[in-house]
Design a binder for this molecule. Structure first.
Ligand SMILES: [Zn+2]
Length: 82
């Protein structure tokens, strides 16, 4: 695997449905959130989905994430909302 901690725009969007409809692993969620904060294209697209961010926040509350990862995801979400 190349670039294990980055996902492309294409991959990010491909995962969007999974993100909302199915369980992703904490690692996949973290990668997706990281991509959103690094990629203006995807971040802008996601900003139109304000409710999605709230949905994601609820999801991460439900998933038993390691505390440090949970904090990273939450920080990423907060950064994206700015
Ligand atoms: Zn992107």
């Amino acid at each position: 695997m190349s670039s294990p901690d980055k996902c492309s725009c294409k991959e990010a969007f491909a995962k969007l449905d999974d993100y909302l409809c199915r369980e992703l692993t904490p690692e996949e969620i973290a990668r997706l959130e990281q991509h959103l904060c690094e990629c203006i294209n995807c971040a802008n697209a996601y900003k139109f989905e304000g409710q999605m961010l709230e949905c994601v926040k609820k999801k991460i509350e439900q998933i038993a994430l390691p505390t440090d990862l949970r904090e990273r995801v939450r920080a990423a979400l907060d950064a994206c909302k700015e």
